[in-house]
Design a protein around this ligand. Structure first.
Ligand SMILES: Nc1ncnc2c1ncn2[C@@H]1O[C@H](COP(=O)(O)OP(=O)(O)OP(=O)(O)O)[C@@H](O)[C@H]1O
Ligand SMILES: [Mg+2]
Length: 166
């Protein structure tokens, strides 16, 4: 389900979590080299347990986030600062079901602020959140193997995914 079917997609198979971590580290390194790309919205798609939070945790660590990285399942959003000065927000919209919360909880303001926004279950905030710059689809092949498909949804997303697109 490409965000934009005419865009080239990147596909990688991660045989284990270490490979997923390595991909997250490469993505973080690319982001840190190109801070202008960091005001992006990345979405994560995939079944329960596919590995969305796991990938985000490795990405946040690689961006320099210290301390505990909680899954935002209940809080919906967890904010972070990184040593490079990048602000970022990790959303999990799985339990998001009241559109009024978009305004009341300050989500509109977050999306209007500079920094990286990352969203799990973005379809639950459809019509409220902007179009993703990058959609990352994760599919579990077995216990440890994951197929990761990268879909750019904007020019910024194309640049962000440039190392992985054919
Ligand atoms: N190659 C891999 N990449 C990512 N996670 C993996 C891999 N192999 C095994 N795992 C395991 O799969 C599980 C993924 O759980 P995780 O909470 O990240 O899923 P999720 O997609 O965020 O689910 P939910 O929709 O419930 O939020 C973790 O226990 C992780 O250790
Ligand atoms: Mg999760």
């Amino acid at each position: 389900m490409p965000a934009n079917p005419s865009s080239p997609d990147g596909v990688l198979t991660c045989p284990d979590e270490a490979a997923t971590a390595a991909f997250a580290q490469q993505l973080a390194a690319h982001l840190l080299r190109h801070p202008a790309l960091a005001d992006a919205y990345l979405t994560l798609h995939g079944d329960l347990g596919a590995g969305k939070t796991t990938l985000v945790r490795h990405l946040l660590r690689a961006l320099g986030v210290q301390g505990r990285i909680k899954s935002p399942t209940y809080a919906v959003v967890e904010p972070y600062d990184t040593p490079s000065g990048l602000a970022l927000w990790h959303f999990d919209f799985y339990r998001f079901d009241d559109p009024r919360e978009w305004e009341d909880a300050g989500f509109r303001d977050i999306f209007a602020s500079p920094g990286l926004k990352i969203g799990e279950w973005p379809e639950k905030a459809a019509g409220l959140a902007p179009t993703a710059d990058v959609a990352i689809h994760i599919e579990a092949i077995d216990e440890t193997r994951r197929r990761i498909c990268l879909h750019p949804g904007s020019a910024r997303g194309q640049q962000l995914l440039q190392p992985w697109l054919s």
